[in-house]
Design a protein around this ligand. Structure first.
Ligand SMILES: [Zn+2]
Length: 510
């Protein structure tokens, strides 16, 4: 009976459309997925999210105790779900990050000391530790070298300490005077250290001492060859030049400063800092496929958030506790299906990134240190914020933004739309527009996969008033929406993992 029906259907399909076979096979696959989707419930997701966005996780900032606690919790959930450790036998893929703290920051001129955070400041991240002893300072006005304009023309400042003022003279484009351009001009001229007279510098003593003495965490990158840039107060600058300070000293109309000014004076600069090493992680849970085991389908979210700042907890319930909880439940559903004899044909990797809020660092690390060959990585379905409603959908809340689905594979949108036949959302493609100013396509972890030519879908509810605020709390989550959105991701992942043909890559919009 069954056999006859299939034959009849195939004959029918041959007559009406060439693609009918595939669609028929896909809809059969989807039906097999339904019993296990029933476990992706509002209550199950709530129980995870209440822990992940709870106060004991301290806002899950990357490279903090809260992030490690969240990692431990997620690993327990993956293990209980029946997944295998997915990072070469480990649950976590660790990567190194750094944060620098100031040890010493002092400039001494004519036996007078000037202090970091009071008389001058420098960006600890951009600046290298250095000790400089020189016997003179060269003042070169604005320190510009753009177009035909060159304050360094005819001057030998190689290896010297140079003093410049902020901004640009009248009639010159303002952007010539930004820090980046001044630093580039100084580097080109071979300057050893650049002192910039900043009218704002007198406010440095008001800044948080704690904040300015440490960098944020960062990944080791290429070390800059630019000289350090020290922003100093106008009063300190007047001292260096041996002039009495008043507001008009650096006024444009003051003709007393004949440029260049060469001041013979011993100057000692000491900047010392220490790098602290941190080891945050991405968490990988693995479910082996059956006959297409080598091919891997990723379902991802990020588990880090903003931590605690100025005594305020940023719980990140929507961002991205919602995605983290959803990935755990989707993984659980796939593992249950496998235990019941419906394991995925392709392997599944459920991955939770850290470092997202710091600039997609965890996913960036993964993609440059992949555990599974990128050539066998079939797709990444990434979830970042699916538990809330944005202002544009307050009347019709039955929606989800779909981003990136049509950029690399023409087959992905039809599959996601077929999966949505079971969840019945209005799929909003607004942010898929390459000209959209928000540029969400490039703003979460999936983009690292897309850049490598791996098809992606980014599932997203849009932003709202609590985005990146302490008010992103669990009580504002719409759990029935969240669970159904998670089911959509689950069904789409099921189709990608179980179809005969691997998802094609036939487009290239990165
Ligand atoms: Zn965020």
């Amino acid at each position: 009976m069954k056999f006859v029906r299939v034959v009849a259907m195939n004959v029918f399909c041959l007559i009406i459309a060439a693609s009918c076979n595939g669609q028929q096979a896909d809809s059969t696959l989807l039906k097999q997925a339904i019993p296990y989707a029933a476990g992706i419930t509002p209550a199950a997701i709530r129980s995870k999210l209440e822990v992940i966005a709870g106060p004991q996780m301290e806002g899950r900032e990357t490279a903090t105790r809260g992030q490690q606690k969240a990692a431990d919790y997620i690993v327990r959930q993956f293990r209980e779900a029946g997944l295998q450790p997915g990072a070469n036998g480990q649950w976590e893929q660790f990567y190194e990050m750094y944060a620098d703290t100031l040890l010493a920051g002092i400039i001494r001129v004519r036996d007078k000391n000037y202090y970091f955070g009071q008389d001058f400041i420098t960006d600890l991240y951009d600046s290298q530790a250095e000790t400089i002893d020189a016997d003179h300072i060269q003042y070169v006005g604005y320190g510009l070298h753009s177009g035909r304009f060159n304050d360094y023309a005819g001057l030998d400042v190689k290896g010297k300490v140079v003093l410049v003022r902020e901004g640009v003279p009248g009639g010159v484009p303002r952007e010539w005077g930004n820090s980046y351009n001044k630093l580039a001009a100084a580097r080109e001229a071979g300057v050893k250290a650049l002192l910039v007279i900043s009218p704002h510098a007198k406010n440095y003593s008001l800044l948080s001492k704690e904040r300015i003495r440490r960098t944020g965490i960062y990944m080791p990158g290429e070390k800059s060859t630019a000289p350090n840039m020290y922003f100093i107060t106008p009063a300190m600058a007047a001292d260096l030049l041996g002039k009495p300070y008043d507001d008009s000293l650096f006024d444009n109309r003051n003709k007393n400063l004949r440029i260049p000014v060469h001041v013979r004076v011993p100057i000692h600069i000491q900047l010392d800092k220490k790098s602290n090493v941190y080891r945050p992680s991405n968490i990988l849970g693995y479910l082996a496929g059956t006959d297409k085991k080598e091919e891997v389908v990723f379902v991802t979210a990020h588990y880090d958030h903003l931590g605690i700042s100025d005594g305020q907890l940023y719980p990140g319930a929507d961002d991205d506790g919602s995605g983290t909880s959803a990935v755990i439940e989707i993984a659980t559903a796939f593992a249950k299906a496998k235990a019941a004899g419906h394991g995925p044909r392709r392997s599944m990797v459920f991955m939770l990134f850290s470092g997202e809020e710091k600039g997609l660092l965890g996913s960036g690390y993964y993609i440059s240190h992949p555990v599974y060959p990128l050539s066998n990585s079939v797709a990444d379905l990434n979830i970042d914020m699916i538990g809330r409603i944005d202002p544009a959908h307050e009347r019709d809340t039955n929606y989800i933004y779909i981003i990136g689905d049509n950029k690399l594979s023409s087959e992905l949108r039809p599959l996601n739309e077929m999966a949505n036949g079971l969840t019945r959302f209005k799929l909003d493609y607004k942010y898929n527009d390459p000209n959209d100013p928000e540029d969400f396509y490039r703003r979460s972890d999936h983009y690292k996969f897309a850049q490598r030519g791996i098809p992606v879908i980014f599932y997203f509810n849009g932003t709202h008033a609590d985005y990146h605020q302490p008010g992103d709390t669990v009580d504002k989550i719409n759990f029935s929406l969240l669970a159904r959105r998670a089911q959509l991701v689950y069904y789409t992942a099921w189709l990608i993992a179980n179809r005969d043909d691997r998802l094609s890559v036939d487009r290239d919009e990165r």
